[in-house]
Design a protein. Structure first.
Length: 202
């Protein structure tokens, strides 16, 4: 009836109230709305949908509570009240890498490379993958970052990382950082002029 379920959000959020087949809906909304009933609240006819986008006029920490009930045509049967709360919270900064391969691939020529990942948000956790897929908390290929262990890679690897705030249940963007192994980095490069054309020599 009311979707999405209770959640915290950054920026804006769009929610919908949908009336089931053969049932009307009444709803209330606000910071402390009264309970709707078959005779009170804003009405929606059967199969009708109400959609609203919130957040642009809300300060961080503000909440909107949406309550709704469904009832039959004569009001003799009324559902229990559905209540969902949407709270605006601070966005989490994206994770950063050292060395950084987010804008252009970071090239290295050592057997391994140690990469550090950080997020400038108190209490946040960082999760990452090494196979190019987006990190999903709890998935077998997703690792929780620890500043003590760091990330040690070899060969060509793309690390994809996300920051997560367990207190507010919100996420940053997924950030990819690419690392390319090359054993050519330390070889000198010369040019000679041959028949009027510059020729490169390794």
């Amino acid at each position: 009836m009311v979707n999405p379920p209770t959640r915290k959000f950054t920026g804006t959020l769009t929610y919908t109230i949908t009336a089931p087949d053969n049932w009307a809906v009444r709803y209330t909304k606000g910071t402390s709305p009264a309970d709707p009933s078959a005779t009170s609240g804003t009405g929606l006819a059967a199969k009708a949908v109400f959609t609203e986008t919130i957040g642009s006029g809300m300060a961080v920490g503000d909440s909107l509570i949406v309550k709704a009930i469904a009832y039959n045509s004569d009001g003799s049967s009324v559902s229990s009240i559905v209540s969902e709360t949407y709270k605006k919270v601070n966005a989490i900064p994206d994770p950063v890498f050292d060395p950084d391969g987010t804008r252009t691939a970071y090239r290295y020529n050592t057997n391994t490379l140690t990469v550090q990942i950080a997020c400038a948000y108190a209490g946040s956790e960082i999760y990452y993958t090494l196979d190019g897929s987006d990190p999903v908390i709890g998935a077998a290929n997703t690792y929780k970052y620890s500043g003590l262990s760091k990330v040690v890679i070899s060969g060509n690897v793309t690390i994809r990382a996300i920051a997560y705030d367990p207190a507010d249940d919100i996420y940053s963007h997924v950030v990819p950082s690419q690392y390319v192994y090359s054993d050519q980095m330390d070889k000198p490069y010369f040019q000679i002029l041959q028949n009027g054309t510059w020729m490169g020599l390794d």
